[in-house]
Ligand binder design. Structure first.
Ligand SMILES: Nc1nc2c(c(=O)[nH]1)N[C@H]1C(S)=C(S)[C@@H](COP(=O)(O)O)O[C@H]1N2
Ligand SMILES: [Mo]
Length: 198
């Protein structure tokens, strides 16, 4: 009985401290989209990165696939209070993207999506292994409803920052609100300090 009890407590301990305040754990994968799911054919897909002084670089799908990819296993947290543990992705890190484009001076990124959604993220939240452009979920090409062909993955911030159907990364020299941020949501969005609204 003591052994069974220890095992139970052990399992609880492993997940304890993993749920940010005000969140509950879900085992399915909810779809949250402000717009209809766009169809983005791979043969016309591009990702453009643009600096505030108008330098730009564009990858097509084949060029993007040729960039080094990493596997990411992470918990994700939606501001509508669901959290999902141990999600498994593959993607290109912002460290890799930035190493191709050293643009000192820019501090923030406006992420632009097919369909018009935008969100602002500080560069410090994207580099050092904290942000990716992901194209694989659970070993499969990222499903369209979850942002395929490619989406942002910034799992240490509320999941609205992980913009789906990303097409353009517009680097900025100051912070400007995106779609939800201009509707009252927080500019930063840290789930651990409940930065839900500004
Ligand atoms: N383009 C786009 N990206 C988006 C959204 C959206 O409406 N449009 N919703 C955000 C929100 S609020 C959340 S919680 C996650 C949901 O991702 P999922 O549908 O894959 O669970 O996507 C984020 N990225
Ligand atoms: Mo969300």
């Amino acid at each position: 009985m003591a052994i069974v009890n220890r095992g139970f407590v052990g399992r609880r301990d492993r997940d304890a401290g993993r749920l940010p305040p005000g969140q509950y754990r879900t085992f399915d994968f909810p779809v949250l989209s402000a717009e209809p799911t766009p169809t983005v054919p791979l043969d016309t897909w591009t990702l453009t990165v643009q600096s505030s002084d108008h330098r730009a670089h564009t990858w097509d799908w084949a060029q993007f696939q040729a960039l080094p990819h990493e596997e990411i296993v992470t918990d994700i947290h939606c501001v509508t209070r669901w959290s999902k543990f141990e999600t498994r992705w593959r993607g290109v890190s912002f460290d890799t993207i930035m190493s191709r484009l050293p643009w000192p001076g820019d501090t923030h990124v406006m992420v632009h999506c097919h369909g018009g959604y935008t969100t602002n993220v500080a560069l410090t939240d994207l580099v050092s292994g904290r942000g990716w452009v992901a194209d694989t979920f659970d070993g499969e090409p990222l499903p369209a409803e979850h942002g395929g062909p490619a989406r942002l993955l910034v799992p240490h911030l509320y999941f609205w920052k992980s913009a789906k159907w990303v097409r353009r990364l517009r680097f900025m020299s100051s912070d400007t609100p995106g779609f939800w941020e201009s509707r009252g949501y927080h500019m930063h969005g840290d789930p651990w300090t409940e930065q839900r609204y500004s």
